[in-house]
Design a protein around this ligand. Structure first.
Ligand SMILES: [Zn+2]
Length: 299
């Protein structure tokens, strides 16, 4: 069971156990491993939601991002409260301080991406939620104004156009007993976000797929480089990064959860600099720190 929990990302909503549920406190006390931690959080407030002539991204910690593209505001996989493992960052904003959102986008049902407490709290200020058909069904059951999309479909949010990108993350099927449900690949997704200032690829959690190496070149990738077999794996993440050798890499899914023995959460950015081409494009943001999106120069 411990092995199972080490290689999955996190736990689906109907199985609220985690790696921390496994009683192994004695060994944990003796030799707790080093774990890279995100830089000190830079909190933000309502000013970050105002209209500007730019597209600004902010990492929310975990796998989450806030994007304000010329006044169109959205959060991807926001987790700002109520996680069931120990979190070692300060969240950069509370749900109560979010003034408004045009959309919340959710890549999949694991509770580090679809945070029920966070999305419920945001429902009073969020115009629409978007995800896969399956996650849409969960969100509708939770009373959220949600829309479900098929992989390959596109939809608009304000000034942005968003396409549903395939992923391979149906890990539940590999472990009988994890869920009564047979999961499908299309239950999870990534998002390809065209903004007036460039293209952002939110990969979601996924094993590396051939399609991922044949995309148009994005200007920025929300980059998960954790060494987990149900994610890209470290080697796969580097391969993906070097397939788009000039694309900005905004690191996430690391440094947020106190879980030194849980690969999906404990990657270290230092590992990347030797193996990624053009390493100056590796961006280690603090949670809440603004990053301005720019189009890559055409060669
Ligand atoms: Zn995850």
């Amino acid at each position: 069971m411990v092995i199972i929990l080490y290689i999955i990302c996190a736990i689906p909503l109907n199985a609220q156990i985690t790696a921390d549920s496994i009683p192994n406190k004695e060994s944990a006390k003796k030799d707790k491993k080093y774990q890279a931690k995100a830089p000190q959080t830079k909190p933000f407030g309502s000013a970050a939601f105002e209209k500007s002539d730019k597209t600004i991204l902010r990492w929310l910690g975990m796998g989450g991002f806030f994007i304000n593209s010329r006044g169109t505001t959205m959060m991807i996989d926001p987790l700002l409260k109520g996680f069931d493992m120990p979190v070692m960052i300060e969240y950069p904003i509370t749900t109560e301080d979010v003034p408004s959102l045009d959309a919340v986008l959710v890549t999949h049902a694991d509770n580090d991406h679809y945070s029920v407490p966070t999305t419920k709290d945001l429902s009073g200020v969020t115009k629409a939620y978007h995800s896969t058909i399956y996650v849409d069904s969960l969100m509708i059951n939770n009373g959220l104004p949600s829309h479900g999309h098929n992989i390959g479909d596109s939809f608009k949010v304000g000034t942005t156009t968003i396409k549903m990108i395939p992923v391979d993350h149906a890990w539940q099927n590999a472990y009988p007993g994890t869920s009564d449900r047979q999961f499908k690949d299309e239950d999870s997704c990534g998002f390809w976000i065209e903004t007036p200032d460039g293209t952002i690829w939110a990969t979601g959690d996924s094993r590396l797929m051939p399609e991922h190496l044949e995309m148009p070149t994005p200007d920025a990738i929300l980059f998960d480089f954790s060494d987990s077999e149900w994610h890209f794996t470290f080697e796969g993440a580097v391969k993906l990064a070097n397939t788009y050798p000039n694309t900005i890499l905004l690191l996430n899914h690391w440094g947020s959860v106190d879980a030194p023995d849980f690969p999906p959460f404990n990657a270290d950015p230092k590992m990347l600099y030797e193996v990624v081409d053009n390493p100056e494009r590796i961006i280690v943001l603090a949670p809440g720190e603004p990053f301005k999106l720019k189009r890559l120069k055409k060669p």
